[in-house]
Write a protein that binds this ligand. Structure first.
Ligand code: BEZ
Length: 211
C-alpha cells in the first residue's frame, strides 16, 4: 500500500552495507532521508549516491541520517561502493540496504509496475524523529534527484515544527517566512517581535524566527 504523509514509516530488518539493520532501531529518534534507486552500477544512481555522501556534514547539522535501498545484493552494493568512491571522489558514508526479495520495496511501494516491473523507482521519504513520514517524492529512473532540495525541505520541516510559520515558494534558509493563517494579528505581533508585513489578511510575512 502506498505510504502517505503522516503515516508511521514501516519498520523492517534487512541486510545492508553496514550489516543487519533494524530500521527503527537504527534510526534512533533522528530524522531520516530514506531513498531508493533503481539499480547498482548505473550512471545516474552513481552520481546521486556520491552527492548524498558529500552532504554528510549537512545531514549531521540537521540531526538527519541518510539510508538508501535497491533490489541488489549486499555483494553488488559493496562492489559498486568502490566505483562510487573512485568516480565521485567520496566514500559512501551511509548504509545501502540490500533488498533482492523486494520486501522493503513492497513495504514502501517503491516498485511501480507500469514504470518498471522489477526495479525500484527513485523514491524519497523524509521521516521525522517520531517515525512519521513527512515527505514523499517519486522520480523516474532517468531523472537524478536534487538532494539540495531534500535539505531545503528538512530545513522547512524543522523550522515549521518549531514556529507557527510556513515557508513560501523557493524559500531558503534566512528568507522571509509566512505567518501561520491560524494566528490572529495580535498573536502574530506577540510571537514575532520584529513584526510582520500584511500583504493580504491571509498573506503575512515575517523574518525567519531562528535566523
Ligand atoms: C541510472 O541510474 O543511470 C539509471 C538506472 C535505471 C534506469 C535508467 C538509468
Amino acid at each position: 500500500m502506498a505510504i502517505r504523509l503522516g503515516d508511521i514509516a514501516p519498520d523492517f530488518t534487512a541486510q545492508s552495507t553496514d550489516g543487519e539493520i533494524s530500521f527503527h532501531n537504527w534510526k534512533n529518534d533522528q530524522w531520516v532521508v530514506f531513498f531508493s534507486h533503481p539499480k547498482d552500477f548505473t550512471p545516474v544512481c552513481t552520481t546521486e549516491l556520491g552527492y548524498t555522501a558529500k552532504l554528510k556534514d549537512e545531514f549531521e547539522a540537521r540531526n538527519t541520517k541518510a539510508i538508501a535501498v535497491s533490489v541488489d545484493s549486499v555483494d553488488d552494493h559493496q562492489a559498486w561502493v568502490g566505483d562510487i568512491e573512485e568516480t565521485q571522489g567520496t566514500a559512501v558514508n551511509f548504509p545501502i540496504i540490500a533488498d533482492p526479495d523486494r520486501v522493503v520495496a513492497d513495504l514502501y511501494d517503491m516498485i511501480h509496475p507500469n514504470a518498471d516491473n522489477t526495479l525500484t523507482v527513485r523514491s524519497v521519504f523524509i521521516i521525522d524523529p517520531a517515525n512519521k513520514v513527512r515527505l514523499t517524492l517519486t522520480y523516474p529512473a532517468s531523472t537524478g534527484r536534487n538532494f539540495d532540495e531534500i535539505l531545503r525541505v528538512l530545513d522547512s520541516l524543522q523550522l515549521t515544527d518549531g514556529y507557527k510559520v510556513a515557508t513560501p515558494v523557493n524559500w531558503t534558509q534566512g528568507g522571509d517566512v509566512i505567518v501561520s493563517p491560524a494566528l490572529s494579528d495580535d498573536e502574530a505581533n506577540e510571537l514575532f517581535p520584529s513584526g510582520f508585513t500584511k500583504i493580504k489578511p491571509y498573506l503575512r510575512t515575517t523574518a525567519q524566527p531562528n535566523s
